[in-house]
Design a binder for this molecule. Structure first.
Ligand SMILES: [Zn+2]
Length: 435
């Protein structure tokens, strides 16, 4: 599902004085004449339909534009290291139509149709507004899939075309084809706690991650056995007729279908309540501890990794969102066990972005993004969470203000000395300063 710039970015965008609207200083996206050739493997049916890059109707300043940012990735230092999987919740034609209007304030690099056709909307080097997190946008490629999460109507042609495109992009930009780097929109962290409730949950509980990973040639690590405390488990329930968890949020109870997640409970019993998100409990307007398909707070998804906190009979507890979360895992039926490595141990602060420090922004002469609003998450003492994504991430921030990079210090990448480690904290990734 589409998600525009973060609120922080929008606030920033209106806070800066403007100097004209002359054409770009950083990007060189073609806006006139024939559209560029799509960046696509030759074996796919690809076309280019440019997303809007223009002022919104009635704009009072050059800061009010859509639907993406000019950049020059990866040559400008902004590595492309993540693929974000979305679904449209509308027809392909309607989604493309929206992306071609700047008032929509959202875009994606690619859209895969139900027939397996590929439409590129934003050049890879530019930053599409798709993840609802400016840091993740700056380092990712967003791919929309025509379909509806709760109808589970993604086609085989769609899965195959998407996987072929992602393999090609991974080779082009050096993106590891694993679940730390190929993620759902539902796994993108909120930039801060105040935005948690608005974060999207596509492609939803029925996206067939197992099948998609097989098409990518990705094998999940681990052995199918009962795990031991302190080991890592990779969530991997069967996808088929013998595993059809009850889900609500279709008209009522959804039809029995295979799904890509396990429910997480407060105790080692099918009668124990589903876990709830502490922030949601504290007042966020999001469902938590429910069987709703949209409720990501009590579901762990195929490919996500966690540290084992306890084992009792057929039940495995993982550290998840600061609590012990139990799932039914007889003989490893729902997760692969492996030796733990690279875990982040508490206490450790968490954030939804890996931005430079205030002094780095001051040194660059660029206004710092607004400080995170609301309570923050943290890894409690005594708990551990698997690091995601290998090497520490340099902190950076891609500053944008006006259309065509026309404002002072516009389209500038601010960097800092602090590095961050990504980790699997709950259903979504998180970042912590590297120690
Ligand atoms: Zn989305």
């Amino acid at each position: 599902m589409r998600a525009g710039r973060t609120l922080a970015a929008a606030v920033l965008a209106t806070a800066i004085a403007l100097v004209g609207t002359v054409a770009g200083t950083a990007g060189t996206t073609a806006q006139a004449g024939a559209p560029p050739a799509p960046e696509c493997p030759a074996s796919l049916h690809c076309r280019y339909a440019p997303a809007a890059y223009a002022l919104v109707p009635g704009a009072k300043s050059a800061s009010q534009y859509g639907d993406y940012d000019l950049a020059n990735r990866p040559e400008d230092g902004d590595r492309i290291d993540t693929i974000v999987i979305h679904d449209t919740e509308t027809s392909a034609a309607a989604a493309i139509h929206a992306f071609q209007h700047p008032a929509d304030q959202a875009s994606a690099h690619y859209l895969i149709g139900r027939d397996g056709s590929v439409t590129q909307l934003v050049p890879d080097r530019d930053i599409a507004w798709h993840a609802g997190n400016k840091y993740v946008n700056a380092h990712s490629i967003g791919i929309e899939h025509e379909g509806y999460a709760m109808r589970a109507d993604f086609t085989e042609a769609e899965y195959r075309a998407s996987a072929e495109l992602v393999r090609w992009l991974a080779a082009r930009y050096g993106i590891p084809l694993d679940r730390d780097h190929v993620i759902g929109h539902d796994e993108v962290p909120a930039p801060d706690a105040a935005h948690t409730a608005g974060m999207h949950w596509d492609p939803g509980p029925y996206w067939n991650w197992r099948h998609y990973l097989a098409l990518l040639g990705t094998r999940l690590k681990g052995a199918r056995r009962t795990p031991r405390v302190g080991e890592t488990v990779t969530v991997d329930p069967p996808y088929g007729a013998d595993y059809q968890p009850r889900v609500t949020g279709c008209d009522d109870v959804c039809p029995a279908r295979p799904a890509s997640f396990v429910y997480l409970r407060t105790g080692p019993s099918a009668y124990a309540p589903l876990i709830t998100d502490p922030l949601a409990r504290a007042g966020l307007k999001q469902p938590t501890g429910t069987t709703l398909g949209a409720d990501w707070t009590d579901k762990a998804v195929v490919g996500q990794r966690f540290v084992v906190a306890a084992v009792r009979g057929d039940w495995t507890a993982i550290w998840f969102d600061g609590q012990r979360a139990w799932f039914h895992n007889p003989d490893g039926a729902a997760a692969l066990a492996s030796r733990g490595d690279g875990a982040v141990r508490g206490p450790a602060p968490l954030s939804g972005t890996a931005y430079p420090s205030a002094s780095d922004f001051a040194a660059a002469g660029v206004p710092a993004p607004a400080a995170p609003a609301g309570p923050s998450r943290a890894v409690p003492a005594g708990q551990a969470y698997p690091a995601a994504g290998g090497a520490p991430l340099p902190s950076d921030y891609y500053y944008t203000d006006a259309l065509s990079c026309s404002a002072p210090t516009d389209c500038l990448r601010v960097t800092g000395a602090q590095t961050y480690t990504a980790l699997h904290f709950n259903h979504r990734l998180a970042f912590t300063p590297t120690r």
